[in-house]
Design a protein around this ligand. Structure first.
Ligand code: HEC
Ligand code: HEC
Length: 296
């Protein structure tokens, strides 16, 4: 906060404490003349007695406590407080203690391979918990994904299913880069190549447009999606020959991706989770769909 704002907050806080003290002090009555306030209800009279002194001193004490609190903790503008306390240092302290306590639980699995971990129920359970906390917001609690967020339980892997691929995906993140082709191909061209893509996926499409689309595909698309359209993990380019669609399966949706492009973003987790947790998570992810998959 700026110096002016800091002074304003400091002065406002201290002056209001002073104001309350003065208000209390000058309204204090010590003598007890035994007068009534004049209020009388059914013969019950209200006396104008002074505040009990323990009450008065109780108020004074809260003000003194407040001053002490403001001296110790950062409450006055930019003043950091004599105690050097901050939210960040408290958070870091908590985190370090948690790391010391739980770190060994995670690091014990470091020496095992992902396949060994996938067959270790305690590690799978741990992976599941890490997944729920860190990944389910995007990939869903059951990891089946949704529009734009890949299903991690199916057999299609944009960025590869080798151990080091999965670990790299989680550690460093990934960005898919599908260029927008609308301006280059024109709207007819987009429809044609979308027809060819659907033909690749095994759908019935008009032959003429698919044939035109094939030429376009060979010219512009095979660099990333591969000559056979089965995708290439170096680019994160999806396999277009199956019915697994990241951005919707209708003809309109497929045309939309081709026309406007896409840049799906998987965030990097190396800084947040560290290698030990990522190792466990990678094992969990790798074996999510394993009931239907041959484990290499
Ligand atoms: C520079 C590499 C690159 C080129 C060239 C490229 N693509 Fe893509 N394409 C990608 C990537 C990467 C994705 C995934 C985007 C994402 O993850 O957000 C993708 C996604 C798609 C999708 C969506 C698939 C789905 O599952 O929803 C379609 C359809 C597609 N591309 C068709 C094409 C066509 C047709 C061409 C040629 C006109 C083409 N692509 C050229 C990289 C490329
Ligand atoms: C902010 C949303 C978001 C979060 C959180 C997130 N992901 Fe992702 N993840 C994505 C997106 C989007 C992609 C697809 C990137 C692309 O289009 O190429 C992806 C891709 C992946 C892939 C690659 C899938 C493939 O087919 O190759 C894996 C593995 C993965 N995420 C695992 C995780 C794990 C594990 C976590 C938790 C630590 C996580 N993700 C958290 C959005 C997210």
């Amino acid at each position: 906060m700026s110096t002016g704002m800091s002074l304003f907050v400091t002065a406002g806080t201290l002056l209001s404490l002073l104001f309350f003290f003065l208000l209390l002090h000058f309204n204090r009555k010590v003598e007890n003349p035994g007068e009534t306030t004049g209020h009388d209800y059914d013969g019950i009279m209200e006396y104008d007695n002074p505040l009990p002194s323990w009450w008065y001193w109780g108020f004074v004490l809260t003000i003194v406590f407040g001053l002490g609190y403001l001296a110790y903790y950062p409450g006055l503008g930019n003043f950091e407080g004599l105690g050097q306390w901050s939210q960040v240092s408290q958070f870091e302290g908590d985190r370090q203690r948690a790391e010391e306590k739980y770190g060994p639980l995670f690091s014990q699995y470091r020496a095992m391979t992902l396949d060994e971990l996938g067959a270790t129920p305690a590690a799978v359970k741990m992976g599941r918990r890490l997944f729920i906390n860190n990944c389910s917001v995007c990939h869903g609690a059951t990891a089946t994904g949704s529009f734009g967020f890949p299903n991690l339980t199916d057999e299609e892997w944009l960025w590869g299913r080798e151990d080091e691929d999965i670990v790299a995906t989680i550690s460093a993140g990934r960005t898919g880069a599908m260029i927008a082709w609308g301006d280059i191909l024109g709207s007819e061209g987009v429809v044609d190549v979308a027809d060819y893509v659907q033909h690749l996926a095994g759908r019935e499409v008009p032959e003429a447009s698919a044939a035109r689309g094939e030429t376009t595909f060979i010219t512009y698309c095979t660099a990333c999606h591969g000559a056979d359209g089965k995708g290439q993990k170096v680019f994160g380019a999806p396999d277009l020959t199956n019915e697994i669609w990241l951005y919707g399966n209708s003809a309109g949706r497929i045309q939309h991706v081709i026309r406007n492009g896409r840049a799906g973003q998987m965030p990097a987790f190396a800084g947040k989770l560290g290698e030990d947790k990522i190792h466990i998570l990678a094992a969990y992810i790798k074996h999510l769909g394993s009931s239907s998959l041959p484990v290499p």
